[in-house]
Design a protein around this ligand. Structure first.
Ligand SMILES: [Zn+2]
Length: 329
């Protein structure tokens, strides 16, 4: 049977896996994403990890069906490059061209990580018989991938559905991208500590709880914040209630715009705190949503969601992506 090399280029971790073309994972490995180097350092690292997997597993180069990549963005999808990403030391790097040379195949498909995520759900997950679905990830950022009428949305450069920059408050807190009131500025792994600090320093100024002490010592992480929410820390719960409304506004905007039947949620932050982040949405969404409410489910693939999606790209390629790369399938 033929196999696929799948790659998940994250801001923190770089995962490489091999899959049989029926979708079964053979083996995957994960390393820290290189934070320094040249424009091909990441592609070289991918090839190095894949080569080791391939020889360790006794696979043959001729059995390789193709290479699928889900990467942090923003992307220039035609060139298969990441352009000026704010989340990694190497801000711009090439994927498609060097990988095509290293693996000696033209069949290298590169998309945004959440685009891979939604395609994985469509091909192998809860979206198998569903034509309208959205994949939303809450981790160090907030991202989304969208299938409408069975078709994968891509955009002119591969950056359609940047849902993390949906405006949830027009006069709100400033996002890492510079925009005002973006969803990601509040609800992402990088946003939560900054928002908590902002809230404590500007709104809960005269209050004193465990949380405000941690903020003064610059010790707040998303994990610590949710721990304090669970303990009932007064200021943490107050911020958490705001966060629930922010998340409801974000999810509602996605639902209003794409009219999905299903929303699949992934990302380490959401999966580790599903009860606190996602469960409350069911009651809050009705305040904001105009469309019929979709089902909301956690991805069944956990941390493997993007990797599985990258494999799905090669196994059942979206027609639009083949057109972009000039393949006639
Ligand atoms: Zn933004």
């Amino acid at each position: 049977m033929k196999y696929v090399v799948a790659v998940d280029v994250g801001a923190t971790n770089l995962r490489v896996g091999t899959y049989w073309v029926d979708g079964r994972l053979i083996k995957s490995v994960s390393v820290r994403t290189p934070g320094s180097g040249g424009p091909d350092t990441i592609a070289e690292c991918i090839y190095d990890l894949a080569s080791r997997l391939i020889s360790e597993l006794g696979l043959n180069q001729h059995q390789l069906a193709g290479v699928g990549v889900g990467s942090i963005g923003p992307l220039d999808i035609r060139r298969g490059e990441v352009v000026n990403t704010p989340n990694l030391g190497i801000r711009s790097f090439r994927l498609r061209k060097p990988l095509t040379e290293f693996f000696k195949t033209e069949y290298v498909l590169v998309v945004n990580d959440c685009v891979a995520g939604v395609w994985g759900e469509k091909v192998f997950g809860y979206g198998v018989n569903i034509d309208n679905l959205v994949y939303i990830t809450l981790s160090s950022g907030v991202g989304g991938g969208v299938v409408v009428d069975g078709d994968l949305l891509i955009g002119k450069d591969g950056n359609a559905h940047e849902v993390g920059h949906i405006v949830v408050r027009y006069d709100g807190f400033r996002c890492g991208c510079g925009g005002l009131g973006h969803w990601e500025a509040y609800a992402s792994g990088s946003g939560i500590p900054r928002y908590v600090k902002y809230y404590v320093e500007n709104i809960a100024t005269s209050r004193k709880t465990k949380l405000t002490e941690f903020v003064r010592e610059s010790l707040i992480t998303p994990e610590l914040f949710f721990k304090l929410v669970r303990e009932g820390d007064e200021v943490a719960v107050e911020i958490y209630n705001e966060l629930c409304r922010v998340n409801a506004a974000g999810f509602a905007s996605v639902i209003n715009v794409y009219d999905p039947e299903l929303v699949v949620v992934g990302g380490s932050l959401a999966l580790a705190n599903y009860d606190l982040i996602i469960q409350p949405l069911h009651d809050l969404l009705t305040n904001y949503v105009v469309n019929r409410l979709p089902k909301i489910l956690p991805t069944q693939f956990g941390g493997e969601a993007v990797l599985k999606g990258a494999a799905a790209l090669v196994i059942r390629p979206p027609k639009k992506l083949l057109r972009i790369y000039g393949f006639n399938h």
